[in-house]
Design a protein around this ligand. Structure first.
Ligand SMILES: [Zn+2]
Length: 282
């Protein structure tokens, strides 16, 4: 299977998964319908379905338009806040599109409707892929807006963390360099973090995506998957895994870029496409 990485908006990723023998395709987070249509046309692909990771506008905004253009288009997601939703999914539910298999993974934390999609192709040597939305990022994790730290910890460790280690990680945002700068604060001695950060900065300069990584790689440098490591415990001053995780989330929040540092109300407004700069100053 082929995965097209499509950069959209300021730092979002949308994806098109293509079954190469039939050119049938499934989109992940179709936020910008025009851009998706261009890619579908260029690839000579047929759109079968949309997999939405969560309802935020920068992941789901294109759903209604695409559903209008493709009558019968299947739209999968976690709850009815996802635009044009036709199929609310359940945890571990499996979907099939030709030879492409999808396992839906409920991963609350960033939002309560957050779903990650684990995808593999029958009889293919290609590694499987995990579309992790705003749950797991390269070198980091999403901001907890609706769930608790414990829910996010479970989503990352018990759900995503138990997928095959060779799974490629395709996440929802290009936050890699910033995430790794934070990871280096947490583990200043780690040469793996330093090397990955240098690489991510290089990619940023060349305007190239840092996706995908692999799950095995994430365990080496992503502090949110390393809460049992001594250095991470030392940084947070905690020992209990959930407490370490919660302390990391808190520390990461105060390490945000100006846009990321908005107050929670403005942050939600931003995510919903109702951003008001006046509200942000409160
Ligand atoms: Zn989001």
């Amino acid at each position: 299977m082929k995965v097209k990485v499509i950069s959209i908006l300021e730092d979002n990723y949308m994806y098109l998964i293509i079954e190469e023998s039939t050119q049938q395709a499934v989109a992940v987070d179709a936020a910008v319908s025009k851009r998706l249509l261009e890619i579908i046309q260029k690839e000579g692909a047929t759109l079968k379905a949309i997999l939405t990771t969560h309802h935020h506008w920068d992941h789901a905004r294109g759903n209604e338009e695409l559903a209008r253009l493709f009558p019968g288009l299947e739209v999968y997601g976690g709850d009815k806040r996802v635009g044009a939703l036709t199929h609310p999914v359940t945890h571990n539910e499996e979907l099939k599109f030709g030879s492409i298999n999808v396992r839906c993974l409920l991963t609350p934390g960033h939002t309560m409707d957050h779903v990650c999609y684990f995808v593999w192709e029958d009889n293919s040597p290609d590694a499987p892929a995990a579309f992790t939305g705003d749950a797991l990022f390269i070198g980091g994790c999403g901001k907890i807006l609706e769930g608790t730290a414990e829910q996010m910890y479970k989503s990352l460790t018990e759900v995503l963390g138990t997928l095959p280690m060779d799974a490629k990680v395709f996440c929802g945002h290009e936050y890699t360099a910033r995430n790794l700068k934070f990871a280096l604060q947490v583990e200043p001695e780690s040469s793996i973090v330093k090397d990955k950060l240098a690489w991510a900065k290089q990619r940023e300069e060349e305007d190239l995506p840092t996706v995908p990584s692999t799950l095995a790689e994430e365990f080496l440098y992503n502090p949110f998957l390393r809460v049992s490591e001594e250095a991470v415990q030392k940084f947070t001053g905690k020992a209990d895994p959930v407490e370490v995780f919660a302390a990391l989330c808190k520390a990461r929040n105060s390490f945000r870029k100006p846009k990321e540092r908005l107050n929670p109300q403005a942050m939600l407004a931003f995510e919903w496409g109702l951003f008001d700069p006046l509200l942000a100053k409160k």
